[in-house]
Design a protein around this ligand. Sequence first.
Ligand code: LLP
Length: 388
Amino acid sequence: MIMNKTIIEKWANIVTPFYYYDIDLLKQTVETAKKEADKRGYILHYATKANASPKILKIIFAAGFGADCVSGNEILRSVECGADPAHITFAGVGKTDTEISIGLDNDIFTFNCESIPEMENINRIAETKGKIANVSIRINPDVDARTHEYISTGKKENKFGISAWDFEKVIEKLKALRNLKLISLHFHVGSQITDMSVFAEACSRMNSFNQWFKEQGFELEHINVGGGLGIDYQTPDKNPVPDFAAYFAIFEQNLKLYQGQKLHFEPGRSIVAQCGSLISRVLYVKEGKTKDFVIVDAGMSDLIRPALYHAHHHIENLSSYGVERIYDVVGPICESSDCFDKDVPLAETKRGDFIALRSAGAYGEVMASQYNLRAIPGAVFSDEIFTD
Ligand code: LLP
C-alpha cells in the first residue's frame, strides 16, 4: 500500500470515512494466486462474501476465478460482474427457495449441501424446473481451526456441514432424489487460519471420506477444500501478498486425489484483505485519566471486526510523523465496544489527521451497517484518483 503525501492530498475533498483500495496490490495478489493455482491445476472460486464491490469482482473474475456465493444476491452480482455460472458454487446452511431457484436458473456449477432436508428441497425445486442439480456434500470434518470461535466452522458442534455418522443416510437419500447429482465433497473449516497444520489435518480427514465414498461406488470428479488462508494483520507491509505457494503445497503434500479428480479452493480474505484500508479523520483528541483517546469519524458500523472478533487492524496516522504517543483509538458510536484498538503508538495526533485502519479489504465494507443511522462508507480506488 503506497500511503504517501501525494495520495493524502488527493483525499482532501473526499468525505471520510471511506474504504481505500490499492488496485495494483489487488491485481498482484490475484495474479499470484492464479499463477500458483494454475501450476498445480487447481481451480479457484473467489468467496464473494469477503468483498462484493463490483469493481473488485470484475478484476477477480476477469483473471479467471469462479465464485463461491452464499446468497442469491451474491450469485446475481457475481454473474453481472463476469463470473461464469459454470464456475459458481453456492454454500450456506439456510438457502431459501428463491435463492435455490436463482442457482438453478443460472445453471451454477454446484450447490454445497449442508443437510438432508436441504437436499430434499433442492431436489423438489429442480424437479419442478425439469433440471438436475449438481450437488456437493459439505462435510463437517470435526477439525479445530485454531482461530476465533466465531469464524471456526469445522467442529462437530458447529452448525455447518454434514458429519460422517450421517453419510450412510445421505447416500440412501441420494438414491431416491432423482434430480440431484453428487459431484463433489467439500469442506471449509474456518477463516484466518495461520497454522498450516490445520489444513493438513483436514486433508487427512478428507482422504478417508473420499475413500469411503469411492468404496460406496461414488467416483467423484471434484474435491473442494474451501477457503481460510490467513493474512498478516500485524505487519501488512511485510506480507502484502499471502504465501499461496506454501498454502497450495500443503494440499499437494497431504491430499490424495484419485485419477482425474479436480481440486477446488474458495479463497476470500487472502485475495482482498491487504489491498483495502479504512480511512478516517480524527475528530477530537480527548485527554483521559491514564491515556488519551483519539476519536475518529469511523466507527464499528464501518468496520465491525475489532468489536465482533477482537480483531487487530494495524493503525497508522498518515498525517503526522513526530514523536510517538500511546492512544486508545475509538469511534463515535454509543457503545464501549466501538474501540478499534487500545494502547496504539501513533505520532502526536491532532484533529483532522488521516488515520488508516489497514488490512480492511476483506469483511470490512461488506459488513458495514447503518447503526446510529450513520451513512455507509464510500469506496475510493487507487487507479481512479490518479487519472486527472
Ligand atoms: N468458503 C466458505 C464455505 C466460507 O464459509 C468462507 C468464509 C470462505 C469460503 C472464505 O473464507 P476466507 O478465505 O475468507 O477465510 N466475517 C469474518 C469471516 C467470516 C468467514 C465466513 N466464511 C471475519 O471478518 O473475519
